[in-house]
Write a protein that binds this ligand. Sequence first.
Ligand SMILES: Nc1ncnc2c1ncn2[C@@H]1O[C@H](COP(=O)(O)OP(=O)(O)OP(=O)(O)O)[C@@H](O)[C@H]1O
Length: 336
Amino acid sequence: MTGRPSPTTDTAAGGRGTRRALPYAVHTRGLTKTYPGGQDAVRGVDLTVATGEMFAFLGPNGAGKSTTVSMLCALKRPSAGDAWVAGANVLTESHLVRRRVGVLFQHSALEPDLTCAQSLQLHARLHGLSRSDARSRTGQVLSAARLAEHRHARVRTLSGGMRRRLDIARALLHEPRVLFLDEPTAGLDPPARARLWQHLRRLREDERITVFVTTHYLEEAEYCDRLAIIDHGRIVAHGTPAGLKSALGQETVRLRTSDNRRAAALLRTDHGRTAFDGGEEVTVPVTDSAEWLPRLCATLGAHGIHIHRATATVPTLDDVFFHHTGRPFDPESGTP
Ligand SMILES: Nc1ncnc2c1ncn2[C@@H]1O[C@H](COP(=O)(O)OP(=O)(O)OP(=O)(O)O)[C@@H](O)[C@H]1O
């Protein structure tokens, strides 16, 4: 890979004042990671994330999200392929990559017994900031995190959501260009998750950074400009949430019947539809539910299957996942 021109070539030295507008914050080609022992965690990932985007990397547990993030942050070495992040190559310019990215992993890196300000100043010093710069940058990131009034509170006394905001503040201390967050909402209740997303959107505007978030919550991917779905180490779909859904050109008919298993089998054989028995209901992707709903119900009625409930819905990201993988999205199901 050495010597190949980077699609995000950046000759600026770094630092906010000298940043150049790069077309891509992240660009990968055939990015691959095979762990010792033969575990193929990431299998030839091609990905582009535009500068300034809020990007979601969606996949079930074990799909390869954390491994990809680690390679993009130059913390794990790819087994094959190329990747550039914020204009630097992860293999040949790993020191630049590490300087230009902020990363938040699932476990907090903060010292529970220090105060918020002490902990951040310590990390700022670890990034090489002078004592006075560390103090002033700590003040800035605490304000951006809406935690200025908690600066003297001990880290362990913060709520889960506040702690995550403080973790994000820590990742922003050295003014990264790309912020990677690995499942930032894990362990938070739904209202705290919604507040954290609001916070991320505000930060993206205020700090003018690219935000790359991994998640296994389908609804969180909806908050992003674009997303990629990873499954068993491969990208199965990428695009805007609306684009991915409309590309299906489908609505979903949902039927609760007296015999879902038989109903799904009948719709497959009689109508050639992809009918899935999800236990509670049968789902059938169709192009026009107004046309298909009566036809499907008539077929089931003719075979003596009673319909308790029939509804039609526009596509969801769940449907997108199903379309590309042939199975419903289950956060726990990704391990090869
Ligand atoms: N250090 C390692 N050695 C061997 N296998 C690993 C290692 N780290 C991860 N794996 C395996 O690689 C695959 C991808 O793991 P990874 O953690 O990247 O997935 P993930 O999508 O981030 O999952 P989660 O949502 O559970 O964090 C899994 O099968 C996992 O068991």
